[in-house]
Design a protein around this ligand. Structure first.
Ligand SMILES: [Zn+2]
Length: 284
């Protein structure tokens, strides 16, 4: 089994979205008043080359996102910017690896924000799994008001419900096995969105934690710092805490969608706990 990072262009957002400022509504409004942008950061999708079939986690950005300046939604219009061309979309990149649309058995979406579902059109033949609550939140006019782009979903988009069951996986109370071998598991990581999920790949003694947007980088997760968009601070904080406990329970390579260091950590199999230990050695 192998996990690969597939970078689908770059995004930049406001610094107040990466690390929330203040509490409650003012934390969420801070994004709109913050004049400061992050650097361009990558948007990764993930390929799990599994003996039971290839699984893709998130589909990344699409070139259509370059038109978000025309959107009526204030966040989409003013608070996020994308860099991507058609050849950087996930479809052409998989083709370059020798994989066609029929070669991907399953696509699992951590959530339905536009930089995660932007490559859906490349997977007309795959089984697509989405948490039912997330689908409901993102659908229709109400979804558009929340900043989702359901009008951009392919006409055939009709995902299967990714229902979690009360089967603990480490410190996570609910989970769902995605392979018969039980080595690829979805866990609930609510916060960034209410029904956000993450996917854990267990290979040998190492866990690869495909974290979506649970945090924008590893440091923020280890420090337990919330982003600027999570609706419920308690829920988000509890999720970061659970992830931290998971990383302490076994060697874990933590891979958020927009962490510039994620690809390097994956290549080196650098685990979160060792990173922390290395930092404390550096401080001593
Ligand atoms: Zn997101």
């Amino acid at each position: 089994m192998k996990v690969r990072a597939i970078q689908t262009g770059f995004v930049r957002i406001k610094t107040a979205q990466v690390e929330g400022r203040g509490h409650g509504l003012s934390r969420r409004l801070a994004i709109f008043t913050d004049p400061d942008w992050t650097d361009w950061v990558p948007t990764y999708a993930w390929l799990i080359d599994h003996p039971e079939g290839i699984i893709v986690v998130d589909t990344g950005q699409g070139a259509h996102l370059l038109e978000t300046g025309k959107s009526l939604h204030p966040y989409v219009r003013w608070e996020v910017a994308f860099r991507i061309d058609r050849e950087q979309e996930i479809g052409p990149q998989l083709r370059a690896l020798g994989l066609g649309p029929r070669d991907v058995k399953r696509v699992v979406l951590t959530h339905l924000h536009m930089d995660h579902d932007g490559g859906l059109a490349h997977f007309p033949n795959s089984e697509i799994l989405v948490a039912p609550g997330e689908l409901k939140t993102a659908s229709g006019f109400a979804g558009r008001l929340r900043g989702y782009l359901p009008q951009r979903w392919p006409s055939w988009f009709d995902p299967k419900p990714l229902d979690l069951v009360t089967e603990p996986f480490g410190p996570f109370a609910a989970s769902r096995r995605l392979t018969r071998a039980g080595d690829v598991v979805a866990v609930g990581t609510p916060g960034h969105t209410a029904d956000h999920i993450s996917v854990i790949v267990q290979d040998g003694g190492t866990a690869y934690f495909l974290a979506g947007d649970t945090s924008y980088n590893e440091e923020l997760m280890l420090a337990g710092k919330l982003d600027g968009v999570s609706a419920d601070e308690q829920v988000s904080g509890a999720t970061l805490d659970t992830i931290r406990r998971f990383t302490q329970s076994r060697p874990t390579v933590y891979l958020p969608t927009h962490d510039p260091q994620a690809d390097g950590r994956l290549a080196k199999r650098q685990v979160a706990a060792i990173g922390e230990a290395a930092r404390s050695i550096a401080r001593a």
